[in-house]
Design a binder for this molecule. Structure first.
Ligand code: SDX
Length: 428
């Protein structure tokens, strides 16, 4: 019998087993709690609740540590590529060269979307948010690949995963082209993953489009930094939806929708809009910080704070350095970067933020790089989704491989009206 903990309820005591993770994280195993005590736990937002055992990503929020399958994010951002990181997340190990070449080739040959999918875009308003478009088109993939819906057939699952990894950049670029009334640009199989996306985003049929390698490398690093983050809101949504066994595409569409929210992936767009507002309204940084600290004001310092990180988000540290490096190499001077760095400096010396351990998160600097490489603001969160896709799929795979996995169905504490009888309308 492993370690246990004792829960005392009045004069009744209950032993519960402890689960200890490979990095020493310890959990009370309360799977028998309700059967033994008739009681449940209450933890809105699940800030204290482990929903699963996972070997994909490790975060130590107090120390600002992030590792994908044990590899530190700093090393992967510097030395790896996005498709190599995707294989690491999906398969658990860094690929051999021949495996990476084969995977890359498979991805390249599945980048086109069915021509009929373009009617789906045309049915949507031009000003539809690209995240809404991507969620709709990804959800519709299951109708174009009905033969890939058996989640128990690994060959079909792998084919579905490959198509998603290959087609999401094409679907995303299509959302942008639809919004600006330009023709879709077909994938170019002579280009690498990020260069291909940039050409589909910014190329036109009228002239050749040359990809800037600095921009392509910056985008590749951005995708690596967004590739996974354990049980965040969108990944938990992918797991929750996936637990009822719909096709993979349905779960990923749910993940895209959850990521869209301004408190989650949508924050990168909100950060730029916040910085631009501060730039327009000269000297409003102090005013902004005052509003962000005011409990009666819903304003938040977007890109700051995190449920897990109570120290620097390691991705934000890398992105801050990358922003400087990319802007310098592109010869771009960004007033927004200066404002962001000044905001960070002021916030990190302000007791409101320091006492609440609020630091810049992944979204605080990412938008500055996206803007510098020409990505439209309404596409920032879409880029986050392209990066997060292998993480979502890795967790979906891990859940489906777990023999103990069950459909997710949380309990509640009911606080509504007690039993009462129907009253005829004439008596109300
Ligand atoms: C991502 O989970 C992940 O891993 C997510 C992510 C990933 O890779 O998947 O890392 C990506 O979503 C990053 C977060 C992007 N969101 C933002 O930047 C939006 C701004 N941040 C906040 O909304 C907030 O910090 C959250 C949502 C990120 C975290 O919220 P929590 O954990 O529920 O914390 P909280 O709201 O309870 O805040 C605790 C206190 C509160 O004040 P008091 O009640 O103590 O007075 O801190 C305050 C909050 O008001 N606070 C902020 C703040 N964030 C928290 N005050 C001002 N500005 C902020 N940004």
């Amino acid at each position: 019998m492993g370690q246990t903990a004792k829960i005392q309820c009045g004069d009744q005591g209950f032993e519960v087993p402890l689960i200890v993770g490979s990095e020493g994280e310890t959990a009370l195993d309360i799977r028998q709690l309700r059967a033994k005590t008739g009681m449940i736990t209450y933890d809105p937002g699940y800030g204290n609740t482990g929903a699963c055992l996972s070997a994909v990503t490790f975060i130590d929020g107090e120390k600002g540590i992030l590792r994908y399958r044990g590899y530190p994010i700093e090393q992967l951002a510097e030395k790896s590529t996005f498709l190599e990181v995707a294989m690491l997340l999906l398969n658990g190990e860094l690929p051999r060269k021949d495996e990476l070449v084969s995977f890359t080739g498979e991805i390249t040959r599945h980048t086109m979307i069915h021509e009929d999918m373009k009617w789906l875009y045309r049915s949507l308003p031009k000003d539809a948010h690209p995240m809404a478009v991507c969620a709709a088109v990804v959800g519709a993939l299951s109708t174009f690949y009905p033969g890939l819906q058996d989640n128990t057939d690994s060959t079909k699952v792998n084919a579905a995963i490959l198509r998603l990894m290959a087609k999401l950049p094409t679907i995303a670029a299509g959302a942008h082209k639809h919004s600006i009334g330009q023709p879709f640009i077909y994938p170019d199989n002579s280009l690498d993953y990020c260069s291909n996306f940039l050409k589909m985003m910014f190329g036109t049929p009228c002239e050749p489009y040359m990809v800037d390698p600095v921009v392509a490398r910056a985008l590749d690093r951005l995708l690596i930094l967004h590739a996974d983050h354990e049980q965040n809101c969108s990944t938990s949504s992918v797991r929750m939806v996936g637990s009822s066994q719909p096709p993979l595409y349905a779960s990923i569409s749910a993940g895209i929708s959850a990521l869209w929210g301004p408190l989650h992936g949508g924050a990168n767009q909100e950060v730029i809009e916040m910085l631009e507002r501060i730039e327009r309204e000269e000297g409003s940084a102090e005013n902004f910080l005052d509003r962000a600290k005011d409990r009666n004001d819903t304003t938040k310092l977007m890109g700051f704070g995190h449920r897990v990180y109570k120290n620097h988000d390691p991705r934000a540290l890398i992105l801050k350095a990358t922003a400087r490096e990319v802007l310098e190499r592109l010869g771009v001077r960004s007033k927004l970067l200066e404002i962001a760095m000044k905001l960070e400096e002021r916030a990190l010396s302000d007791d409101y933020f320091v006492s609440r351990k609020l630091y810049p998160n992944v979204d605080f600097y990412s938008g500055i790089i996206y803007k510098a490489i020409g990505i439209p603001v309404n596409m920032f969160t879409v880029l986050f989704a392209i990066g997060r896709l292998p993480g979502w799929i890795a967790h979906w795979k891990e859940m489906h491989a777990d023999r103990e996995a069950r459909i997710s169905r949380p309990r509640q504490v009911y606080t509504g009206a007690q039993k009462r009888d129907y009253v005829a309308i004439a008596q109300r």
